[in-house]
Design a protein around this ligand. Structure first.
Ligand code: TRP
Length: 443
């Protein structure tokens, strides 16, 4: 089996670097693209409330468990879990909890990159002014013309994967840390500017009613399941990202505190994204429940009408692209760490090889928008199937295994050693959530 892990000997150079990286992983397309439209469809404030309960009641406990496994195992997810299982005298089979992460990250990144490529395409077209003429009648057609253009979509997918590979190939210090230290402050700055602008020119009152006044009549079981899935996705749980990042966390950093900060920041960004988008949507009389097209079809119509829309629209898609990049690197990292460790392939080759394999799989998702749009099986197109498989099967399964292993199979004394809990009540509550509530919800 694998010798000592080269990558895992590295540590984040500071707590702040770890925070930026982990928040960068969590904040992504999930916050800015998915959350607003899901809230739009799921009764606004009602969805937000349910989502909050899941983030803090289930997401945070699982995140603490994942970070602990990563730091204790000090290797890529499959080997980290295997190593902890061994220390605890448990079966090797628990490494499935890490495997599901690596495989899931591979699958998710393949289509995540395609959507991220789409945002790059929109960013360039916004800044160049070429979509400043869109209106309600032709915006959907424009979206169709971009997604229908196979070579174009493929090119942007390649560019985005290239950027992701370039960062991860440079390693923890020279790549990931450096990237997030520049990109995260930029992301926050753009977001604050956009929220301020939207509040000033848009319909703030309708936005507050919409986002914060719960309409429970729109809530169905489906909404609740969607909110749970979204909480997991948005917090980057169960696909190896958080566990892989946990392996590089220095011993003196408090994991529970970190998890709360990451979850708080992630939620704040999701809500701020709503506060940047909906004032504009309402101001221009557009449809808040427009679904996945909200960002790509509805918003450009507003950008085209507003003064300075070229800049505002460009900045918006730049924000989305930055958020996507810092998440994509966290999806490639567990795969690269595993290749390095297990196969002894150096980081540069692992990043390029892994990245190219993901790029190739992603071609299936690119095709789902055009040539293969009518090729459907099981749940729909290739993209629909990958989305379903990862969101509805691999993620809940991975989360469940992590919760059960840490909650039921690790010795109390090991967990205490890892978490150094300051409050007995907090520790007991966490353990209760992890042992009973999380498995129930995920099951
Ligand atoms: N959380 C990111 C987003 O909101 C996506 C992401 C990165 C992710 N790493 C992950 C999702 C791991 C699930 C698991 O866009």
């Amino acid at each position: 089996m694998a010798g000592p892990a080269p990558a895992a000997h590295e540590n984040w150079s500071s707590r702040l670097a770890f925070m930026f990286a982990a928040i960068g992983s969590a904040v992504g397309l999930g916050n800015i693209w998915k959350f607003p439209y899901e809230a739009g469809e799921g009764g606004g404030g009602a969805f937000v409330l349910i989502y909050l309960a899941f983030v803090f009641g289930i997401g945070v406990p699982v995140m603490i468990a994942e970070l602990s496994l990563g730091r204790r195992g000090k290797m890529s997810p499959p080997n980290a879990v295997r190593s902890v299982a061994k220390q605890e005298g448990r079966s090797n089979l628990w490494s499935i909890a890490g495997w599901s992460g690596v495989i899931g990250a591979f699958l998710v990144l393949s289509f995540y990159s395609v959507i991220a490529g789409l945002t790059l395409s929109y960013m360039v077209d916004s800044f160049s002014g070429s979509i400043d003429t869109l209106d309600a009648s032709n915006s959907a057609d424009y979206f169709g013309s971009i997604t229908g253009n196979f070579p174009l979509l493929l090119l942007w997918h390649a560019i985005f994967m290239g950027l992701t590979i370039a960062v991860v190939a440079r390693g923890i210090h020279g790549g990931l840390e450096k990237a997030v230290t520049w990109l995260m402050p930029a992301l926050f700055a753009i977001l604050i500017l956009l929220v301020t602008y939207a509040m000033a020119v848009g319909d703030a009152a309708s936005t507050f009613t919409f986002l914060f006044q719960p309409d429970f009549s729109k809530v169905t079981l489906e909404t609740v399941i969607q909110a749970l899935g979204q909480a997991f996705f948005s917090l980057s749980l169960a696909l190896g990202s958080i566990m892989a990042y946990g392996a590089y966390v220095p011993r003196d950093v408090s994991l529970p505190k970190s998890a709360f900060i990451i979850a708080g920041a992630d939620t704040a960004v999701a809500i701020l994204a709503g506060l940047a988008i909906f004032p504009i949507v309402f101001q221009y009389g557009l449809e808040p429940g427009a679904g996945p097209g909200l960002v790509f079809i509805t918003l450009p119509v507003a950008f085209a009408q507003m003064p300075g829309g070229i800049l505002v629209g460009g900045a918006f898609f730049l924000l989305l692209a930055i958020a996507a990049l810092t998440s994509a690197i966290s999806l490639l990292e567990p795969i690269v760490a595993w290749l390095e460790e297990h196969r002894g392939i150096n980081r540069v080759k692992s990043a390029i090889g892994g990245g190219i394999a993901i790029f190739i799989l992603g071609i299936g998702s690119v095709l789902s928008f055009n040539y293969w749009a009518d090729v459907t099986f099981l749940r729909g197109t290739v993209l629909d199937n990958l989305d379903f498989l990862t969101n509805n099967i691999i993620m809940p399964l991975g989360g469940l295994l992590v919760a059960v292993f840490v909650g039921w199979r690790m010795k109390r004394i090991s967990i205490r050693d890892e978490l150094a809990p300051k409050s007995e009540f907090g520790f007991a509550l966490w353990l209760f959530m992890l042992r009973y509530v999380c498995p129930l919800a995920l099951g």
